[in-house]
Design a protein around this ligand. Sequence first.
Ligand code: IMP
Ligand code: ZN
Length: 330
Amino acid sequence: MKELHAHLNGSISSDTMKRLMAQKPDLQIPNGMTMIEKGKKRRLEECFQMFQIIHQITSRTEDILMVTKDVVREFAADGVKYLELRSTPRDENATGMTKRSYLEAVLEGIRQCNEEELDIEVRFLVSVDRRAGSTVAKQTVKLAEDFQLSTDGVVVGVDLSGNPTAGHGRDFLEALTEARRAGLRLSLHLSEIPNREEETKLLLDLPPDRIGHGTFLHSSRELVELVKQNRTPLELCLTSNLKGQTTPSSDQHHFGFWYRMDHPVVICTDDKGVFATDLSQEYQLAADTFQLSKEQVWNLSYEAIDHIFASSRTKTALKERWQALKPSML
Ligand code: IMP
Ligand code: ZN
């Protein structure tokens, strides 16, 4: 499997969370504030409050190093062979963590996992947080460019995420255009909530290389046409949308709309920690809900390779591996 949409701080498992909390007894975080259990739902706004709580628990560079290594190992254990992780660089005055030292810690975690020779390739996208505004967005892109040069192909792109009710897409056009110019690939959360046609159209004009969620794209014929014309792949996260209540039920998930149209889609987790899931479960849920055959599931996973941000050499190697694995998976 390939995981292309995973936010680091949303992907922390309950085991890792327990270890982190044990180191910070003063924090007093009530149960259920970092994970939404099976069958439970929250409003999207509450999900974003959960991220703020998680950020208090991961406030030091050593926390970031630990969660990065744990998250990569957990994806590998789930059978993910290629992972694009994303995260928002963060300053924490109380601990002296800076955006730069934050990114250094993530990239060190990825490097250490490489040395462990896990069966997984990892790339990284630097997240621009909508809530932080245009000036921070430009600083973040500048940092992404610095690390793109110093990490030899690990930093491959930029993500636009954060609370979709905060800010406006136009605030980020300049920063995202600069990222593109520097050769960074763009994955943008778009139309995660209703009535965002104007902003989505503006951002689609960049154009992005992939779209996160796109939950409400299909309520506008014009937007659907634009996305179809560019054949922009959609990163779809079923459990995330169900638990965050932007999708009423799995059979009404927009996976069905785009899949039936033969438009490129990639199944992802979004936040496997917060939403208590993993990529195998997401594939299973899509297969059960939309009655996909084993062959169709294999094809979904195979075609995801076309949409990764790594080099064509990596794509070719993954495709060969996937072909070799095919008989055992069907
Ligand atoms: P981090 O970037 O590693 O700190 O991961 C958590 C952050 O990812 C959150 O604070 C949000 O900015 C972003 N995020 C996680 N899930 C979503 C989502 O579903 N929509 C938009 N942003 C998200
Ligand atoms: Zn996301």
